[in-house]
Design a protein around this ligand. Structure first.
Ligand SMILES: Nc1ncnc2c1ncn2[C@@H]1O[C@H](COP(=O)(O)OP(=O)(O)OP(=O)(O)O)[C@@H](O)[C@H]1O
Length: 563
């Protein structure tokens, strides 16, 4: 018995050709390109490319959608002749097949997520990853020559791994299978090779989810060359892929998309929505929000920028947020505030950190005035002590490094002693902090870091700073050229920041003339700090911020050596 490559049924090998010519019908879950190019054509004789993609909910491409029934209506988007040839072949092989996933022109596209609707169909729509799939990209070359090697595509979410695999599906002459669970696809591939002599490319999304024992099962198939495996993963393959499997695959790394690249993707999506709206409005009532003729229906440039920055290089997040913003608005124009709103309200941007940033922000805004009033007003002394810990770093900072341990000790004292005696500890600490020298250098520098990160926080870590615990990572250039400081006598000059970063802002704050060491009041005038234990009064925490010049204090070589 063999598995029929058209309908997947188990069929006696002696009648497989007869079965395929007369009896079998494709299963419902076959997406683009089921095997049956023609009822009367045996697969052995078919000159056409055959692609099988197990259907997934989000599998939908607008170009194919509008032209799934006639190969003539499809305009090849490929400038390159070879791409064009493969593209046309793929269309002709898939055009005369029933396809549950492909929508007819009357079907509403709004139910399909925007990200899926605007998924690129070919290299010309694929943004970024120039080294791999740009004009002279070497992976593109391999794909166009139909020499796709087994590979692992490694990259963060939403940068186009699945999209690229599907472009390969369109351009390859091999069978193409996509699945994300354990199936018999490998056996089927073997059967198909026996029957048709064609290799199969198997795409495994999230390959890291297969455990090592399961990955072992793929080995003989990849080894024998009957199957080309394409795995996609967001995890480091060195740790998540069997070394034996890894050594049989090439690893391609896809980089996080830059803000500009995400913006290009968004702009293309907006154009696509416009086109779809025009089509929709011609045939039926449209409930989408952009239209060609409506000047109000625009996404502001700074809204686009914000969207691109906040999605942190993940095109899917950006497209989903855009879609939500468009659907949320009854008014026309999408502004930066709308986008911020989406990210605040929707769970799609819950990158472990939302709450974390809120907390930091709240801490930084806290004020220490009116200690007495707070305590007499019944404030929790531990709350006050926590504020003092913040004060110690935010205002005293590097000018007096004993402030922070004292503030922490005060907190513990409050825990041990409790009210009312812990007032004494609080008063002690408050007085010390008030009299201490002040520096807001680290606080300000960190403020600048945050500002910069808001604008451009998706730069990759420079290769020389990355750890390279595995061979693969070394091969990819991780840690290459790193100068290990203890090996050098003098100061070490090397790059510690992403090269794309606008570093001027950082360097400025570390210039001697920008250092804002300050003295407490006592050095200029008399200090008047009164902490009256029985009758708490407002405490004046104001102090003059005069410049102190260069200090003898040490600072890290990491920033200054970059100059
Ligand atoms: N490089 C790109 N060029 C154009 N559009 C892209 C690109 N990358 C992603 N997109 C858009 O984002 C959507 C999601 O991309 P895709 O599914 O390819 O990401 P992925 O890298 O496989 O992510 P994951 O690891 O989360 O599965 C696509 O449907 C497409 O609309």
């Amino acid at each position: 018995m063999v598995s029929c490559p058209v309908c997947n049924q188990q069929v006696d090998i002696s009648i497989i050709n007869e079965h395929m010519d007369n009896k079998c019908t494709p299963p419902a879950n076959i997406g683009i390109g089921n095997h049956k190019s023609s009822k009367n054509t045996s697969p052995n004789k078919s000159p056409l490319k055959k692609i099988v993609i197990t259907a997934k909910n989000d599998f939908f491409t607008p170009k194919l959608e509008t032209s799934s029934n006639t190969s003539q209506s499809i305009q090849s988007p490929f400038p390159d002749k070879r791409e064009k040839r493969f593209f046309e072949r793929s269309i002709s092989s898939s055009s005369n097949r029933p396809n549950k996933q492909i929508k007819t022109s009357n079907t509403k596209v709004d139910t399909v997520p925007l990200a899926a609707r605007v998924r690129p169909n070919g290299f010309e729509e694929f943004i970024g990853q120039k080294e791999l799939v740009g004009i002279n990209g070497w992976l593109k070359e391999l794909i166009l020559r139909d020499k796709v090697p087994s590979m692992i595509m490694w990259g963060p979410s939403g940068v186009g791994k699945t999209t690229l695999a599907r472009i390969i599906a369109k351009l390859t002459r091999s069978f193409f299978k996509e699945f994300s669970g354990i199936t018999h696809a490998f056996d089927e591939a073997k059967n198909e090779q026996k029957l048709t002599g064609k290799r199969t490319i198997i795409f495994l999304d999230e390959i890291h989810r297969f455990n090592k024992a399961q990955q072992d099962l793929f080995l003989p198939y990849v080894e024998s060359g009957g199957v080309t495996l394409i795995g996609a993963t967001t995890e480091n393959p060195s740790f998540k892929i069997n070394s034996s499997l890894l050594s049989r695959c090439k690893v391609f790394t896809l980089n996080k998309l830059t803000t500009d690249e995400v913006k290009s993707i968004l702009k293309r999506a907006i154009d696509e929505i416009r086109k779809q709206n025009i089509q929709n409005s011609q045939s039926e009532e449209s409930n989408t929000t952009l239209s060609e003729n409506d000047d109000d229906n625009k996404v502001d440039e700074d809204a686009l920028q914000c969207l691109a920055v906040m999605s942190d290089g993940d095109a899917r997040i950006a497209l989903n947020a855009l879609e939500i913003a468009l659907n949320m608005k009854s008014k026309k124009r999408i502004t930066k505030d709308d986008i911020k709103n989406v990210f605040q309200k929707s769970p799609l941007y819950d990158k472990d950190g939302e709450e974390h940033y809120n907390i930091i922000s709240a801490l930084h805004k806290t004020s220490l005035y009116w200690l007495g009033r707070m305590l007499t007003g019944g404030e929790d002394p531990l709350y006050v002590a926590r504020r003092l810990i913040v004060f110690a770093s935010e205002d005293v900072g590097l000018a007096d490094n004993s402030a922070l341990p004292l503030a922490i000790a005060t907190y513990q004292a409050c825990q041990f002693i409790g009210m009312p005696e812990c007032e004494i500890n609080l008063a002690h600490c408050v007085t010390y902090l008030a009299e201490a020298k002040k520096s807001v250098r680290s606080y300000k520098a960190y403020g600048l870091v945050k500002e910069t990160i808001n604008e451009e926080y998706n730069h990759p870590v420079p290769h020389q700073l990355r750890n390279a615990p595995t061979k693969l990572m070394k091969k990819l250039g991780y840690g290459a050229g790193y100068k290990y400081n203890p090996d050098y006598k003098g100061s070490v000059h090397q790059e510690y920041l992403p090269k794309e970063l606008n570093r001027k802002v950082f360097l400025d704050v570390f210039k001697p003339e920008k250092r804002d060491y300050v003295r407490p009041k006592e050095q200029n005038a008399e200090v008047e700090i009164k902490v009256e234990m029985e009758n708490y009064k407002e405490i004046d925490f104001n102090y003059p911020f005069d410049e102190f010049g260069e200090s003898s204090g040490t600072h890290n070589y990491d920033i200054t050596d970059n100059q």
